[in-house]
Design a protein. Structure first.
Length: 405
């Protein structure tokens, strides 16, 4: 049981995205990894007073953060492209010259499973220190049947290892690998006829993602690839409208996607289509910032009735940071979300965007006891006076998995 919580943001379902349903001077009790009681300290029933107690000393408690969009497994970084982009070279021009995603593809193919595993373990450990307790992990740098399966099997290992919950997404349709012996149509045919059935058979992923953009996949190709995934129970996700309006909102609505991510250039019609089809929008401030793109207009989405999650997009090119709290601060300043909206976007709404809304994402009876304790008096203060080491303790399934030294 955690007592003396100065400010507890339950982030419970219900109300607007800005309703994080806080409780002041609170306590939360859990048994066998599940929450059994939450409320004000002075309302704590006697029967829970026998549980082992730890004090939060008046600090803030939030649900364990959920990073619902990452490309965790990759070989090499692309720091050399940072300066090039600042000097004016375009993201797509660098890619066309052999850099960008294709460069990471080569380095990821070269990395063996052990190297990728240890790379991921390094960053998962850092996630615990940020208060992150669940991470969605995409493929997309293997771009061949073997290399994509290699990445998914690494994620499978990490999932079994714990304690962070790993949720896998197939993003074989990230770009066209342009291998000599397999052109565009041949590669898409391989995804549809071989890779998706194999991934489903081995239960290696839950979601199927496509990057729709010039230099990546077309709207129609995305429909084809996502429909193939649906046939095998893989739910659609999308990278859309990042660099141009590719009717991504409309596409996500048409496909019944669980989320559509990036959305910097989505039209009002796209936003309304997403609202009508209950597609969650995912705001990725690091990608907009690093690529010098206009940020996603999260305010317009929320005002139209779309739930907006916030994630890092952690990858070696467009978003080389895994600092989810920093991404939340940027979602406030760049995308005009309030601190409360940003928090709900990285807890309950993020959990729903990876189909885990019934398991975690809020501090409610029955949910997994995943929490982050913050050295801040409340959520407004946490994201306003931003401090990099604000998380002091992290719990997963009732166990302390990180304590700041
Ligand atoms: O989500 N948009 C496409 N894919 C990644 C970028 C990957 C990279 O630059 O390596 C993204 O931003
Ligand atoms: Fe991404």
């Amino acid at each position: 049981m955690i007592i003396d919580i100065g400010y507890l943001a339950t982030c419970a379902e219900g109300g607007l995205q800005s309703d994080i349903h806080p409780i002041r001077d609170a306590a939360v009790a859990f048994e066998d990894g599940r929450i059994v009681w939450v409320g004000a300290m002075d309302a704590l029933p006697d029967r829970y007073r026998v549980l082992r107690q730890t004090s939060a000393h008046g600090k803030t408690l939030i649900p364990g953060l959920v990073d619902c969009h990452t490309h965790l497994a990759f070989g090499g970084w692309r720091a050399d492209e940072f300066g090039m982009r600042i000097e004016g070279k375009g993201y797509l021009d660098i890619a066309a010259a052999g850099g960008g995603i294709r460069k990471t593809m080569r380095q990821t193919r070269e990395a063996d499973s052990e190297a990728l595993l240890s790379h991921c373990q390094t960053y998962l450990k850092k996630y615990l220190a940020l208060g992150v307790t669940a991470v969605e992990c995409k493929t997309g740098y293997g771009l061949s049947k073997e290399a994509e399966l290699k990445i998914l099997r690494v994620y499978q290992k990490l999932r079994l290892e714990g304690p962070i919950d790993i949720v896998s997404t197939l993003l074989a349709a990230h770009i066209i690998p342009s291998d000599e012996n397999c052109n565009r149509d041949c590669y898409i045919k391989m995804i549809v006829e071989e890779l998706i059935p194999q991934v489903a058979k081995e239960q290696l992923a839950e979601f199927n993602d496509v990057f729709v953009e010039e230099g990546a996949y077309t709207y129609d190709e995305a429909v084809n690839i996502l429909e193939a995934g649906l046939g095998f129970g893989l739910l659609p996700k999308l990278h859309v409208d990042q660099l141009s309006d590719g009717r991504g909102g409309e596409l996500a609505a048409r496909m019944g996607a669980i989320s559509a991510d990036h959305l910097e250039f989505t039209s009002q019609a796209g936003i309304e289509a997403m609202a009508k089809a209950s597609v969650t929008g995912v705001c990725l401030p690091f990608a907009s910032l690093y690529l010098n793109q206009p940020p996603m207009k999260a305010r317009s989405f929320i005002d139209a009735g779309v739930e907006v999650a916030v994630a890092t997009d952690f990858n070696p090119g467009s978003a080389p940071s895994q600092d989810l709290p920093l991404a939340l601060m940027l979602a406030c300043t760049m995308s005009r979300m309030t601190p409360a909206e940003a928090l709900k976007g990285a807890t309950l709404i993020a959990a729903k965007a990876i189909r885990r809304g019934a398991e975690y994402g809020s501090i409610e009876i029955g949910k997994r006891a995943n929490f982050a304790e913050l050295d801040a008096p409340d959520i407004d203060h946490w994201l306003y006076h931003f401090q990099p080491e604000s998380c002091v303790r992290t719990w997963i399934d009732g166990d302390v998995v990180f304590t700041r030294p």
